[in-house]
Unconditional design. Structure first.
Length: 298
């Protein structure tokens, strides 16, 4: 009996030690994973803004995170914007609540600061504390306002929408007038050699430089992509020639991928929807911030 108890004790200790090691390893690797994801995300964002190895990010550039929530209270829905505010060099967040007509409902400070805002659970908890108990909360989307020396220069937004197979996940960069600065396809499950070509420069760069008015009306055409246009899209000509050639096509529709018209159309429609909704929401938010004299960091 004594031997059995000894064996059980040793096994228990061994299991506890193994669990502790595995738990510690998970914490370390999870932090490393999140760090690597953050680094990749930042690299993509700065790349869309035109920065990279040959053009370093200026120290005057700042990224301001905006988080949008749908809040339900006794059957009524409101839109909550978690907005960064600056105080003595520290980023804090304020929750601004709007009704579905875009009118101000309330403004509440939160306990969230800039370092905590990336953690979804912490962010959600801060919003729940601000709105009070008994209300439904759903995270909607995330937009980044880019400033340089305090001046608004761009917007960054991500989005996921249906593709031909399952979904397409993208990141967009827009200028202050909502013209397209760049588009990156982050993830998709389209068919290799067909719809998967949406991630190629000769397709995704067709959106680059389009004005907001052009973007809203974009369609997809089943016509061969002109060779000189392809060369410009793939940067196979000088920057000067590429700008000139691409300028000739900025008011025209998107050339579909060969054999993948549906994937081409799904991406185009998804991008149009993201840009149009983003422009509307930011315009409404800016109007409220100006009317209510709410000071934000962007």
């Amino acid at each position: 009996m004594k031997d059995i108890l000894t064996i059980v004790f040793r096994l228990t200790v061994s299991c506890l030690m193994a669990a502790a090691v595995m738990g510690a390893a998970f914490i370390v690797t999870d932090k490393a994973k999140k760090h690597n994801e953050h680094v990749r995300e930042e690299k993509t964002m700065y790349g869309l803004l035109g920065y990279g190895a040959r053009k370093p990010v200026p120290p005057t550039l700042a990224l301001h995170q905006i988080y949008r929530y749908v809040i339900t209270d006794q059957g009524r829905q409101h839109i909550g914007y978690l907005l960064p505010t600056g105080r003595e060099g520290k980023t804090e967040y304020t929750l601004v609540l709007l009704d579905l007509d875009g009118k101000m409902v309330s403004q509440q400070p939160t306990r969230l600061d800039g370092d905590q805002s990336r953690e979804k659970e912490t962010r959600d908890r801060a919003v729940m504390e601000a709105i009070g108990p008994g209300k439904g909360l759903r995270f909607a989307d995330h937009t980044i306002v880019v400033t340089d020396s305090g001046k608004r220069v761009a917007y960054l937004l991500g989005g996921k929408f249906p593709g031909f197979k399952t979904f397409i996940n993208v990141m967009l960069a827009l200028d202050p007038q909502y013209a397209m600065l760049g588009l990156e396809v982050l993830e998709h499950e389209e068919d290799p050699g067909l719809g998967a070509e949406i991630e190629k420069n000769y397709f995704k760069n067709q959106f680059k430089g389009r004005s907001f008015d052009v973007l809203k009306g974009l369609q997809v055409v089943k016509e061969p992509l002109p060779e000189q246009y392809r060369q410009a899209l793939e940067a196979q000509v000088t920057e000067e020639d590429a700008a000139r050639i691409m300028g000739q096509y900025r008011a025209k529709n998107i050339y579909a991928l060969t054999g993948a018209t549906i994937s081409s159309r799904m991406l185009t429609d998804g991008v149009k929807g993201l840009v149009t909704k983003c422009a509307y929401r930011l315009d409404v938010l800016d109007r409220v911030l100006e009317e209510q004299k709410i000071a934000v960091s962007f």
